[in-house]
Ligand binder design. Structure first.
Ligand SMILES: Cc1cc2nc3c(=O)[nH]c(=O)nc-3n(C[C@H](O)[C@H](O)[C@H](O)COP(=O)(O)O)c2cc1C
Length: 365
């Protein structure tokens, strides 16, 4: 018997996980020129454990996929070669490592796009100006609505990126269908105003997402494919009028493809009696999905233990806590205090500060 539910072993397809604590995908903006750097090997291997699942930061599938400074890609030979030692460093510690495949769609501006062209999307509706966590203001360009006949090319980019990720040594990929990026821009009715077969009905809005799934599964096998979804969020002006119907439709379609896992983000936390509470709205999807279920969004040790114990999920992904605590599984095991995260260095470009210098437990007393 494991000491706590989060430390129980779990068999995810062919992967023998030794615990339930997953590193959530975390953009860190330290991949200069979209090429992963040697310091990422330090960062990820610090967070790797024997039999622990790590998911990379969102990783671009093509030269139109970026919308943030210095995020990594996996579409060029140079990027694939650069990932190899990073993946090796995680494997050397026994970690299981998935690459999150990403296209930002309209969450971009002409400055990030090849030849200064307009970002592409499901729509030509622009994302309103956003005030980011650090108070900075981000402006997005008006996107260009993809023509129907252009969509297979984007699907193909995901397929090739999945192949590249496997070539780089990753154990699998996570298709980023969350947080208001391209795949969600197609899925959600606030951002999809198309009149072709990719717009309108739920089936049509999910068509692009499922074509990506089918292509990636065909390329690398369903047993190496996960998908991240955030049906209840409205991040980047992307929301749906019936999020539960959308999520259930997707989960049932993912079952048909037999993918390894579904990684779902909770609705935004609500304040109840002065305390943040996780809404726990994912149970219908957890029940409907046949593969491994991963939840994320506001979890800590107690909440994580509770949901694993109750069978509400198989695995729990931790974002900010894992960012700030490279030895998070160990701390959870010992019920030790955790380092606080420093929001001001989430996306700064220093290869050490706020990245690989969060103290391990032995050094932090
Ligand atoms: C610095 C930072 C970067 C993030 N980058 C990504 C990303 O690249 N891909 C993604 O799907 N989610 C990303 N997220 C969302 C996290 O994966 C996670 O869902 C969110 O932080 C909520 O979990 P938490 O409460 O455990 O931090 C990011 C969050 C943070 C704080």
């Amino acid at each position: 018997m494991a000491a706590i539910p989060l430390l129980g072993s779990y068999k995810m397809g062919k992967f023998d996980l030794s615990h339930r604590i997953v590193l959530a995908p975390l953009t860190r903006s330290r991949s200069y020129g979209n090429v992963p750097q040697p310091h990422a090997a330090v960062y990820y291997s610090q967070r790797a454990t024997d039999g622990g699942l790590l998911i990379t930061e969102a990783t671009g599938v093509s030269d139109t996929a970026q919308g943030y400074p210095d995020t990594p890609g996996v579409w060029t030979r140079e990027q694939v070669e650069a990932w190899k030692p990073i993946v090796d460093a995680v494997h050397a510690k026994g970690g299981v490592f998935f690459c999150q495949l990403w296209h930002v769609g309209r969450v971009s501006n002409t400055g990030y796009q090849p030849n200064g062209q307009d970002p592409i999307s499901s729509t030509d509706k622009q994302v309103p100006t956003q005030v980011l966590h650090d108070g900075s203001i981000e402006e997005y360009s008006r996107p260009r609505r993809l023509r129907t006949e252009e969509i297979p090319r984007i699907v193909e980019d995901f397929r090739l990126a999945a192949r590249n990720a496997i070539e780089a040594g990753f154990d699998g990929v996570e298709i980023h269908g969350a947080n208001g990026y391209l795949i969600e821009q197609f899925m959600k009715d606030s951002a999809n105003d198309r009149t072709d077969e990719y717009g309108g009905s739920l089936e049509n809005r999910c068509r692009f997402a499922l074509e990506v799934v089918e292509a990636v599964v065909g390329e690398i096998g369903a047993d190496r494919v996960g998908m991240r979804l955030s049906p209840f969020l409205d991040y980047m002006d992307c929301w749906d009028s019936d999020p539960e119907a959308l999520a259930l439709y997707m989960v049932q379609a993912l079952n048909k493809h037999g993918i390894l896992y579904c990684h779902m983000i909770e609705p935004r936390m609500a304040v109840v009696n002065g305390r943040y509470h996780i809404p726990h709205r994912l149970l219908p999807m957890r029940k409907a999905f046949k593969g491994t279920f991963i939840v994320a969004g506001g979890y800590d040790r107690d909440e994580g233990n509770k949901v694993v114990d109750e069978g509400y999920t198989d695995l729990v992904a931790f974002g900010r806590l894992f960012l700030a605590n490279p030895d998070l599984p160990k701390r959870f095991e010992l019920n030790a205090a955790v380092n606080k995260y420093d929001r001001t260095t989430f996306y700064t470009s220093d290869p050490v500060v706020g990245y690989t210098d969060y103290p391990f437990m032995e050094n932090s007393v």
